[in-house]
Design a protein around this ligand. Structure first.
Ligand SMILES: [Zn+2]
Length: 567
């Protein structure tokens, strides 16, 4: 028997052993549900269950956990929400994960009709679990919530089973899906997060946005833009995938990101402006970024049809993958930066200082150094483009097929430069207050307390009536908002020292906790991001009213016990 034949027998035996264990031949590649259907259908919840079951069986690095459940509605039952945990040691809980590496948390398809986000996330899970990305787990832990909105996915619609926009629900956490995302984040405290979406079609196939709320430390945005996105952009260019930092176009004077369903009359006649992604805290980027996180949003260009599903899944995948690879290259730097800022924030919030400001309102601003923005965009041609001339020609010259190459952007489109004059790249705070040591929330505001619990905040309970010095707001003028989800158009307050009695059963919310920036944004009456803008809480005051939440700025022994500190 020749050596060659002997090796052949051994390798066949090896394949048989692998087959007995995994049910797979060594050569067979696990296909995602979308790949298995040749991208002819969108992956549904049950397909994901089968796919993850198979991967979990094959991969010691992958653990899957049920982390939440959607609400049952007519024609669509409650569905589990899955978290895929990918780590070198196959950890299934935060205490088991190797914290010498950064942890990267990916959320996909909060908007149910943004299907390629989910398909790309499933490809990534596969490649990390059993494919060529496994070596990345030496440098980074990865958490993936591959589909955040199963109901929306099934109907190919944006909103969830409660008709809520999940990417405008991260402040009030009314949906089980948004609450789940927040709980996973608070449980694992990943250093990097990425929320993957799709937008309209456009020249830039991948757009990624940084944190932009000015309460988030500027070093995070600098590191995101200067290091992680710069490397991601370069890698995408190497694949010929067009990329730009995520830009929003909106009518001037309108906040298009708050979650309001504006009527046509609201935007008619207004000029258009461009800016980076919203400062709002109700989305999946700043809501986690506010914990001093390197948080991102990715938007894939999309026509939202099956014909382009394979292509758009491809460029979404590379956007995610290249960002993850960049994170893996900078693990130590990321851990030092993020954990240092998180520690500093809690330390700062544990002492009251007049100059320790939390920014409650902000606006987009022009940059004199960077007055206009030039971008590329598709412009639809009046008559279809036949191709691009490769040689100079004059009228009357003969034209052969060899003189023309295909138009790279398709026959309907040409690529043109657009100069944006209304370019607002900066964010400036317009209303700020000194961060108090904490807030007193009266027991009568149980709905507010429940939302604070959903945020995973540390709360304390007054065990006795207790007199203390506080700061209280009286409303001196207010123009209420015209829509739910918007803060009052204007609100003037007078802050005065008040001797009051906290009642037994009231809640104390200390600011010295990881949510030190979030808490004032939720509870201050002037906050553009606060609970006051959701009509469900009935917090909009009238002129002359006292605002119900009190500020505590003087340290003292309060009769408190931890409230619901068990999990
Ligand atoms: Zn979206």
């Amino acid at each position: 028997m020749s050596k060659k034949i002997a090796y052949g027998i051994i390798s066949v035996a090896a394949v048989l052993i692998i087959s007995a264990h995994t049910g797979l031949s060594a050569e067979e590649k696990i296909r995602t549900p979308a790949e298995a259907s040749h991208f002819m259908q969108y992956t549904q919840h049950e397909d994901i269950v089968r796919f993850l079951s198979r991967l979990d069986h094959l991969s010691p690095e992958l653990e899957v956990r049920i982390v939440g459940r959607t609400l049952p509605v007519q024609n669509y039952g409650a569905k589990d929400l899955f978290l895929c945990i990918l780590s070198e040691e196959g950890a299934g809980s935060p205490s088991k994960i190797d914290r010498s590496k950064p942890t990267f948390f990916l959320v996909a398809a909060k908007h149910g009709n943004e299907q390629s986000a989910k398909e790309a996330a499933l490809s990534l899970v596969r490649d990390l679990a059993v494919g060529d990305l496994r070596p990345l787990l030496r440098d980074v832990n990865v958490l993936v919530l591959p589909t955040a909105n199963p109901y929306g996915n099934s109907l190919d619609q944006r909103r969830n089973e409660q008709d809520l926009d999940l990417n405008r629900d991260q402040v009030k956490l009314e949906s089980p899906e948004a609450e789940t995302i927040n709980r996973v984040f608070r449980t694992w405290m990943p250093e990097v997060t990425l929320d993957v979406h799709e937008k309209g079609d456009g020249y830039y196939r991948v757009s990624i946005g940084c944190v932009s709320n000015v309460n988030i430390h500027a070093r995070l945005q600098d590191f995101e833009r200067g290091v992680l996105l710069a490397e991601t952009a370069e890698a995408l260019a190497g694949k010929n995938i067009t990329y730009h930092e995520y830009l929003i176009t909106q009518a001037m004077g309108i906040d298009s990101s708050a979650g309001v369903r504006y009527g046509r009359e609201d935007t008619a006649g207004r000029q258009q402006m461009k800016r980076f992604s919203t400062t709002d805290l109700n989305d999946g980027r700043n809501s986690l970024g506010i914990y001093e996180t390197l948080s991102f949003i990715q938007e894939g260009a999309s026509r939202h049809d099956l014909a382009t599903l394979k292509e758009r899944t491809g460029y979404q995948y590379f956007g995610i993958r290249f960002l993850l690879e960049s994170v893996a290259r900078h693990g130590e730097e990321i851990n030092t930066l993020v954990r240092g800022l998180r520690r500093d924030l809690v330390a700062k919030a544990s002492v009251f200082a007049e100059n320790d400001l939390v920014h409650l309102r902000m606006r987009y601003a022009r940059d004199p150094e960077d007055a206009t923005l030039t971008i590329q965009e598709f412009r639809r041609s009046r008559s279809p483009i036949r191709g691009i001339l490769t040689v100079d020609k004059k009228a009357g010259d003969p034209l052969t097929a060899a003189d023309i190459r295909p138009n790279p952007s398709g026959s309907e489109h040409q690529v043109v430069d657009q100069v944006v004059e209304n370019w607002f790249p900066l964010v400036e705070p317009t209303t700020s207050v000194a961060r108090p040591l904490g807030y007193i929330v009266p027991a009568s505001h149980q709905d507010v307390i429940e939302t604070l619990i959903k945020h995973g905040l540390e709360l304390h309970l007054f065990t006795a009536d207790f007199p203390l010095e506080t700061e209280a707001y009286q409303i001196t003028d207010i123009v209420p908002a015209q829509y739910d989800y918007l803060p009052p158009e204007s609100i003037d307050v007078e802050n005065s020292a008040v001797r009051t009695v906290a009642k037994r059963g009231d809640i104390y919310v200390p600011c010295a906790q990881p949510a030190a920036n979030l808490i004032p944004c939720l509870l201050e009456p002037q906050s553009q991001y606060g609970l006051i803008r959701y009509w469900m809480y009935q917090l909009v005051p009238e002129k002359g009213d006292m605002f119900p939440f009190l500020r505590v700025t003087r340290a003292g022994d309060l009769p408190l016990v931890p409230y619901r500190s068990w999990h």
